[in-house]
Design a protein around this ligand. Sequence first.
Ligand SMILES: [Zn+2]
Length: 212
Amino acid sequence: MLIPTIQPPFPLSWGFTTRLDSPVGMPPVRLKQIHGCEVHAASNTIQAGDGLWTATPGEAIGVRVADCTPILLAGLAGHTPWVAALHAGWRGAVAGILRRGVALFQAQGGRPQDLTWALGPAIRQCHFEVGQEVVEAARKDPAWQEALASPGAKGKAWLDLHGLLRAQALDLGLDPAKDGSILRCTRCEPEVFFSFRNGDIEGRQWGWVRID
Ligand SMILES: [Zn+2]
Protein backbone atom coordinates (compact mmCIF):
# COMPACT_ATOMS: atom_id res chain seq x y z
CA MET A 1 0.00 0.00 0.00
CA LEU A 2 1.16 3.51 -0.79
CA ILE A 3 0.82 6.14 1.92
CA PRO A 4 0.40 9.86 1.15
CA THR A 5 3.71 11.63 1.72
CA ILE A 6 2.25 14.29 4.05
CA GLN A 7 0.27 13.57 7.21
CA PRO A 8 -2.50 15.74 8.70
CA PRO A 9 -2.25 16.97 12.31
CA PHE A 10 -4.28 14.12 13.84
CA PRO A 11 -4.01 10.32 13.96
CA LEU A 12 -5.40 8.50 10.96
CA SER A 13 -4.79 5.53 8.70
CA TRP A 14 -4.95 6.07 4.96
CA GLY A 15 -3.48 5.01 1.69
CA PHE A 16 -3.79 3.72 -1.83
CA THR A 17 -3.77 -0.04 -2.25
CA THR A 18 -2.18 -1.82 -5.20
CA ARG A 19 -2.95 -5.18 -6.79
CA LEU A 20 -0.35 -6.65 -4.44
CA ASP A 21 -2.48 -5.84 -1.36
CA SER A 22 -5.03 -8.20 0.15
CA PRO A 23 -8.63 -6.93 0.02
CA VAL A 24 -8.94 -8.08 3.62
CA GLY A 25 -9.24 -5.11 5.93
CA MET A 26 -10.54 -2.71 3.32
CA PRO A 27 -13.60 -0.56 4.11
CA PRO A 28 -17.08 -1.95 3.49
CA VAL A 29 -18.41 -0.91 0.08
CA ARG A 30 -20.66 2.10 0.80
CA LEU A 31 -20.76 3.65 -2.68
CA LYS A 32 -22.24 2.77 -6.04
CA GLN A 33 -19.84 4.84 -8.13
CA ILE A 34 -21.42 6.56 -11.13
CA HIS A 35 -18.80 9.06 -12.46
CA GLY A 36 -20.70 11.97 -11.00
CA CYS A 37 -19.91 14.55 -8.37
CA GLU A 38 -22.13 13.66 -5.42
CA VAL A 39 -20.29 13.37 -2.09
CA HIS A 40 -22.22 11.86 0.81
CA ALA A 41 -21.84 11.66 4.54
CA ALA A 42 -20.84 8.04 5.12
CA SER A 43 -23.59 5.73 6.30
CA ASN A 44 -24.07 2.00 6.52
CA THR A 45 -26.20 1.95 3.38
CA ILE A 46 -24.80 1.90 -0.16
CA GLN A 47 -25.32 5.33 -1.73
CA ALA A 48 -25.03 6.28 -5.40
CA GLY A 49 -22.24 8.82 -5.80
CA ASP A 50 -18.50 9.24 -6.03
CA GLY A 51 -17.33 10.47 -2.67
CA LEU A 52 -17.80 9.98 1.05
CA TRP A 53 -16.84 12.03 4.07
CA THR A 54 -16.86 11.31 7.77
CA ALA A 55 -15.88 12.90 11.07
CA THR A 56 -16.48 9.67 12.97
CA PRO A 57 -13.34 8.02 14.41
CA GLY A 58 -13.00 4.39 13.38
CA GLU A 59 -15.28 4.67 10.35
CA ALA A 60 -13.24 3.60 7.30
CA ILE A 61 -14.34 5.05 3.97
CA GLY A 62 -12.95 4.68 0.49
CA VAL A 63 -13.37 4.62 -3.25
CA ARG A 64 -12.44 1.90 -5.73
CA VAL A 65 -10.56 2.76 -8.92
CA ALA A 66 -8.68 1.27 -11.87
CA ASP A 67 -7.35 4.29 -13.87
CA CYS A 68 -9.60 6.98 -12.38
CA THR A 69 -7.96 9.15 -9.72
CA PRO A 70 -8.60 8.43 -6.04
CA ILE A 71 -8.42 11.60 -3.91
CA LEU A 72 -8.00 11.68 -0.13
CA LEU A 73 -8.65 14.78 1.98
CA ALA A 74 -7.99 15.21 5.70
CA GLY A 75 -8.15 18.26 7.91
CA LEU A 76 -9.36 19.80 11.13
CA ALA A 77 -12.76 21.45 10.81
CA GLY A 78 -12.40 23.65 13.85
CA HIS A 79 -11.00 21.09 16.31
CA THR A 80 -12.75 18.12 14.69
CA PRO A 81 -10.88 15.70 12.42
CA TRP A 82 -12.62 15.38 9.05
CA VAL A 83 -11.74 13.09 6.13
CA ALA A 84 -13.03 12.35 2.65
CA ALA A 85 -12.37 9.93 -0.19
CA LEU A 86 -13.32 10.92 -3.76
CA HIS A 87 -13.39 9.09 -7.11
CA ALA A 88 -12.46 11.29 -10.06
CA GLY A 89 -12.36 10.19 -13.65
CA TRP A 90 -12.50 12.95 -16.22
CA ARG A 91 -16.27 13.17 -15.91
CA GLY A 92 -16.18 13.58 -12.16
CA ALA A 93 -13.27 16.01 -12.34
CA VAL A 94 -15.05 18.17 -14.89
CA ALA A 95 -18.31 17.91 -12.93
CA GLY A 96 -16.46 19.32 -9.93
CA ILE A 97 -16.22 16.50 -7.41
CA LEU A 98 -13.16 18.07 -5.76
CA ARG A 99 -14.99 21.40 -5.41
CA ARG A 100 -17.89 19.54 -3.82
CA GLY A 101 -15.62 17.77 -1.37
CA VAL A 102 -13.85 20.96 -0.30
CA ALA A 103 -17.18 22.78 0.02
CA LEU A 104 -18.42 20.09 2.41
CA PHE A 105 -15.29 20.56 4.54
CA GLN A 106 -15.97 24.30 4.62
CA ALA A 107 -19.59 23.61 5.57
CA GLN A 108 -18.24 21.80 8.64
CA GLY A 109 -16.16 24.84 9.58
CA GLY A 110 -12.91 23.88 7.85
CA ARG A 111 -10.62 26.13 5.82
CA PRO A 112 -9.30 24.84 2.45
CA GLN A 113 -5.70 25.77 3.29
CA ASP A 114 -5.84 23.44 6.30
CA LEU A 115 -6.58 20.32 4.23
CA THR A 116 -3.89 17.73 3.71
CA TRP A 117 -4.64 16.23 0.30
CA ALA A 118 -3.41 13.44 -1.90
CA LEU A 119 -4.11 12.30 -5.43
CA GLY A 120 -3.42 8.60 -5.88
CA PRO A 121 -2.14 6.45 -8.73
CA ALA A 122 -4.22 6.87 -11.89
CA ILE A 123 -3.83 6.81 -15.64
CA ARG A 124 -1.47 9.65 -16.50
CA GLN A 125 -0.98 11.80 -19.56
CA CYS A 126 1.44 9.22 -21.02
CA HIS A 127 -1.49 6.82 -21.51
CA PHE A 128 -4.71 8.83 -21.21
CA GLU A 129 -5.78 9.34 -24.80
CA VAL A 130 -9.18 11.02 -25.08
CA GLY A 131 -11.44 12.47 -27.75
CA GLN A 132 -11.66 16.18 -28.39
CA GLU A 133 -15.07 16.26 -26.71
CA VAL A 134 -13.33 15.44 -23.42
CA VAL A 135 -10.85 18.29 -23.87
CA GLU A 136 -13.73 20.62 -24.77
CA ALA A 137 -15.54 19.66 -21.57
CA ALA A 138 -12.41 20.14 -19.46
CA ARG A 139 -11.64 23.47 -21.12
CA LYS A 140 -14.77 24.94 -19.50
CA ASP A 141 -13.24 24.39 -16.07
CA PRO A 142 -12.11 27.63 -14.38
CA ALA A 143 -8.78 25.99 -13.48
CA TRP A 144 -8.07 24.77 -17.03
CA GLN A 145 -4.67 25.42 -18.62
CA GLU A 146 -3.90 24.51 -22.23
CA ALA A 147 -0.76 22.64 -21.14
CA LEU A 148 -3.03 19.99 -19.59
CA ALA A 149 -3.73 18.49 -23.04
CA SER A 150 -1.25 17.67 -25.77
CA PRO A 151 -2.21 16.74 -29.33
CA GLY A 152 -2.44 13.04 -30.19
CA ALA A 153 -3.09 11.11 -33.39
CA LYS A 154 -6.26 11.43 -35.47
CA GLY A 155 -7.61 14.43 -33.62
CA LYS A 156 -7.26 12.85 -30.22
CA ALA A 157 -5.43 14.32 -27.25
CA TRP A 158 -3.42 13.21 -24.24
CA LEU A 159 -5.09 14.55 -21.10
CA ASP A 160 -3.29 15.21 -17.81
CA LEU A 161 -6.03 14.31 -15.33
CA HIS A 162 -3.70 14.56 -12.33
CA GLY A 163 -2.69 17.99 -13.57
CA LEU A 164 -6.30 19.12 -13.94
CA LEU A 165 -7.14 17.97 -10.41
CA ARG A 166 -4.03 19.67 -9.01
CA ALA A 167 -4.95 22.89 -10.82
CA GLN A 168 -8.44 22.65 -9.33
CA ALA A 169 -7.00 22.01 -5.88
CA LEU A 170 -4.80 25.11 -6.01
CA ASP A 171 -7.68 27.13 -7.46
CA LEU A 172 -9.75 26.07 -4.43
CA GLY A 173 -7.10 27.34 -2.04
CA LEU A 174 -5.53 24.03 -1.05
CA ASP A 175 -1.95 24.38 0.17
CA PRO A 176 0.73 22.96 -2.19
CA ALA A 177 2.86 22.29 0.91
CA LYS A 178 0.14 19.87 2.13
CA ASP A 179 0.06 17.88 -1.12
CA GLY A 180 0.91 14.24 -0.37
CA SER A 181 0.08 12.93 -3.85
CA ILE A 182 1.51 9.75 -5.34
CA LEU A 183 1.63 10.49 -9.05
CA ARG A 184 2.17 7.09 -10.65
CA CYS A 185 0.53 5.80 -13.82
CA THR A 186 -1.68 2.72 -13.46
CA ARG A 187 -1.24 1.81 -17.14
CA CYS A 188 2.57 2.10 -16.98
CA GLU A 189 2.89 -0.41 -14.12
CA PRO A 190 0.59 -3.38 -14.81
CA GLU A 191 2.47 -5.52 -12.29
CA VAL A 192 1.54 -3.06 -9.52
CA PHE A 193 -1.80 -1.52 -10.44
CA PHE A 194 -5.14 -2.56 -11.84
CA SER A 195 -5.84 -0.67 -15.06
CA PHE A 196 -9.21 -0.77 -16.79
CA ARG A 197 -7.59 0.29 -20.05
CA ASN A 198 -5.14 -2.57 -19.67
CA GLY A 199 -7.97 -5.09 -19.44
CA ASP A 200 -8.69 -5.24 -15.71
CA ILE A 201 -12.47 -5.31 -15.91
CA GLU A 202 -13.12 -6.35 -12.30
CA GLY A 203 -9.97 -5.55 -10.35
CA ARG A 204 -9.90 -2.32 -8.35
CA GLN A 205 -7.54 -0.63 -5.94
CA TRP A 206 -8.73 1.40 -2.98
CA GLY A 207 -8.10 4.93 -1.87
CA TRP A 208 -9.26 4.81 1.73
CA VAL A 209 -9.04 6.68 5.00
CA ARG A 210 -10.01 6.25 8.66
CA ILE A 211 -9.72 8.63 11.58
CA ASP A 212 -8.00 6.75 14.42
ZN1 LIG B 1 1.44 5.76 -18.39
